[in-house]
Each structure stands twice: as C-alpha cells, then as structure tokens.
Write a protein that binds this ligand. Structure first.
Ligand SMILES: C[S@@+](CC[C@H](N)C(=O)[O-])C[C@H]1O[C@@H](n2cnc3c(N)ncnc32)[C@H](O)[C@@H]1O
Length: 228
C-alpha cells in the first residue's frame, strides 16, 4: 500500500476516537495548540483568511475560530472521515477540501497558513521545501505560516532521549505493549519527521522572515515564518 493510502486508511479508521486518543499520544497537545493561536498577530475582529493543512478533526481551526470569530477558514485533509468530524465540530462554518498536500492547489491567498501534526507526513526535506514554496506564494503580503509538528533531534543521542521522553509520556495512560505495537509502529511506518534546524533553514531559503520557534517540548515544536 502506498504511504499516503496507508495514512488515509489509518486516519479514516481513527477519526471517531481521534480527539480522545491525541491527548494520550501527544505531550501537552492543548498547550501546543494554544501556542499556535497565541502566535497569530492580527486584530481579533479581523475577517482573517486562514487555511488549516491536515486539519484532522478541526481542533486548530476551532481554536482559531474561538479567538477570531470572523475568520474565514478552509480545512484541508486527506481523510474524509476526519473532515466529517471537523465539519460537525465547526458547525459547517468552514470550507472543506479533501486533498493530499501533494495534489493541493492554493486557489486564493491567506493571512494565515497553519498546520498541526500533519506535515511530517511529507516524504523528505525536499518535499517540505517544495510545499513551503507553495505556502509562501499563497500568503498575503503580511501573512504568516505556523507549523506545529513532531521533529527529529540534531543528534542520535538526543533523538534517543526525545523518544524516551515521548514513550514515558504515552506510558502514563497506554501500556508499553500498545506503545510498541501500535503507536511506535505507525510512527516508523508513516511519519518522516525532519530535524527542526533543517526546517528553519528551509523556511529561510524559501524567503520567510522573522522565523521563530514559539514552543518546544522535546520532539514537538511550533515554529513560524512571516512573508514580509
Ligand atoms: C495527527 S493528525 C493531526 C490533525 C490536526 N491537525 C490536529 O492537530 O489535531 C494528521 C492529519 O493529517 C492528515 N494528513 C496526513 N498526511 C496528509 C497528506 N499527505 N495530505 C493531506 N492530509 C494529510 C491526516 O489525514 C490527519 O487528519
């Protein structure tokens, strides 16, 4: 099975349970989402145009909507089942696009391009660079790209420490057997996390300005760049 098909099948199957499961799998998930919305610098009453890439069940879009009630939000995801839940959660107040990142064409421009726990599914750093160029083009002049994601450490030793921290977090609520046989298995099969430093360099190469890391917890980070 191609990797994207496997990823789609995984998230279609997991959609109903996703919001509960993510809290057990991702350390301090709510804090990470909070870091995304706290980084958006625009006036709260602005009708921001926002696109959420790999929106899943719409948690990020909902967090944006809570703070920016006039935001016009587009949600993109490979998984129709995840998008279906996002639609319900957001009372159909968003435009939904079923698409892979690889096949996505940005039809309009945005004030904010946001993504959470999704872009690590791209194949490699070259694919990130290609997609970041498209994101850059799709941003309005004062626009901002924010990515929350799982990342790779800069050395093998540190990566081992990151993995241990992640496993310890999951093990608070999940058995080691399930962690090994389910969550680490799917992580190694489906995920392609990139080193944070490479990500920041790529953003710079693409032309992003004021690049920064606004949140970090071992192998999870929220980082951003402005168009100008
Ligand atoms: C771990 S979930 C994160 C969902 C949400 N952003 C959040 O933070 O709760 C990853 C999402 O990315 C989507 N996804 C993964 N690879 C994708 C791709 N190549 N194109 C579009 N969506 C993708 C999955 O279907 C899934 O809904």
């Amino acid at each position: 099975m191609k990797r994207n098909q496997q990823i789609q099948a995984h998230f279609d199957q997991e959609a109903q349970a996703f919001d509960e499961v993510i809290q057990k799998i991702i350390p301090h998930y709510d804090q990470m989402i909070e870091a995304i919305v706290a980084s958006i610098p625009f006036a709260k009453d602005r009708p921001l145009s926002v696109i959420d890439l790999g929106c899943g069940t719409g948690t990020v879009a909902q967090a944006v909507q809570n703070i920016y009630p006039n935001a016009v939000i587009t949600c993109v995801d490979l998984s129709e089942e995840m998008l279906e839940i996002a639609k319900q959660k957001l009372n159909n107040q968003v435009t939904c696009i079923v698409s892979s990142f690889e096949n996505l064409t940005f039809e309009t421009s945005y004030d904010v391009v946001v993504s959470s726990l999704a872009l690590h599914h791209l194949e490699d750093q070259a694919a990130h660079q290609h997609f970041y160029r498209q994101i850059y083009q799709a941003l309005n002049h004062t626009g901002l790209f924010i990515n929350a994601d799982v990342i790779q450490a800069s050395s093998t030793e540190l990566q081992e420490a990151f993995m241990q921290k992640w496993i310890t977090f999951m093990n608070q609520q999940i058995t080691l057997k399930e962690i090994q046989e389910r969550w680490l298995k799917s992580h190694f099969e489906e995920d392609r996390p990139q080193p944070l430093m490479a990500e920041l360099k790529t953003l710079e190469q693409v032309g992003f300005q004021a690049i920064d890391v606004v949140y970090k917890y071992y192998n999870y980070a929220v980082y951003l760049g402005k168009k100008a």
